[in-house]
Design a binder for this molecule. Structure first.
Ligand code: MN
Length: 292
């Protein structure tokens, strides 16, 4: 079978702060022409590469803000994130854990470095991914899924130090715990130098990978380094990655929604009218209340 080839490799062009606690490079939609539609259902990806935050008694982060129409997926690689929301939910996303928040009809939430962690400071590394919801689920009830690192099925590779961990979807028949509204796969590969593995996704799925650390080669050809995002063509199914040095890679593949996107700020809807409604509902306090 023909290998699935890369369409384009994106190299992020700059970082910005989200609040004062997340120093991210925006990968999707990004500044280089990668549209929300092109990677649907993954409509936003912010990557906070390892960054040292000095101790702070006042935790850094993002204050109260709304979301509607999609899901936020927070992957804590290093450091801890504490969150609270207008439905009374809250908790700490520990290192290695994932929080899958379905904002759907609407939540207010805030996201900060966990208090104790903040008081000591340290290296912080995180991914936040936005997964779009199809029209029929955009106004469904908000919910949370906490997926601890321990609950993720692990596919061992070679020396058993290398592995692929399943956050959502499946890998070689191992199924992730996260429930999703549309078919998608979210996998995290840790490979030691020389270790490799292969992936297979339907050609029509939008597929890409983000190298978080180290470097890999794809199909024995293209080299992709830390912070680079490789987008695959919507052709063929299988590709292979191997580690040129110890590396960690996030792999995303999902069935595109093929619905119009009307997005502004924290809201992602299908039409301009729904977007205006979201701003209006937010102003009228329909997302609930949450203290600063
Ligand atoms: Mn948020």
């Amino acid at each position: 079978m023909a290998a699935k080839y890369i369409e384009r490799i994106f190299t992020p062009s700059g970082k910005h702060f989200v609040g004062d606690g997340f120093l991210v490079q925006n990968v999707i939609p990004g500044s280089q022409g990668l549209s929300m539609e092109r990677m649907s259902p993954f409509i936003l990806l912010d990557y906070n590469e390892p960054h040292y935050f000095p101790p702070s008694e006042t935790p850094r982060g993002v204050g109260v803000h709304p979301h509607r129409g999609f899901e936020t997926v927070t992957i804590a690689y290093k450091g801890k994130v504490e969150h609270h929301d207008s439905h009374g939910g809250g908790g700490v996303i520990e290192e290695g854990d994932v929080q899958w928040m379905t904002a759907a009809s609407g939540v207010l939430h805030k996201e900060f470095h966990e208090k104790q962690w903040s008081s000591k400071g340290g290296i912080f590394q995180m991914v936040q991914l936005w997964v779009n919801l199809p029209s029929k689920y955009k106004m469904s009830s908000p919910k949370y899924q906490t997926i601890s690192g321990k609950e993720m099925p692990v596919y061992p590779i070679g020396d058993n130090v290398s592995e692929v961990r399943v956050i959502a979807g499946e890998y070689k028949s191992l199924k992730g715990k996260a429930s999703t509204f549309t078919p998608l796969h979210l996998l995290n590969a840790r490979l030691q130098t020389g270790a490799g593995t292969d992936f297979s996704f339907p050609p029509e799925f939008n597929t890409a990978l983000l190298v978080l650390s180290g470097s890999i080669s794809i199909n024995g050809k293209e080299k992709v380094q830390a912070n680079q995002f490789a987008l695959f063509k919507n052709e063929d199914e299988e590709f292979e990655i191997s580690a040129m040095e110890d590396s960690e890679t996030l792999i995303l593949s999902g069935e595109p929604l093929r619905e119009p996107i009307a997005a502004q700020g924290p809201f992602v809807m299908n039409t301009r009218q729904e977007l205006m409604q979201a701003f209006d509902d937010f102003k009228k306090g329909k997302f609930g209340t949450l203290q600063d």
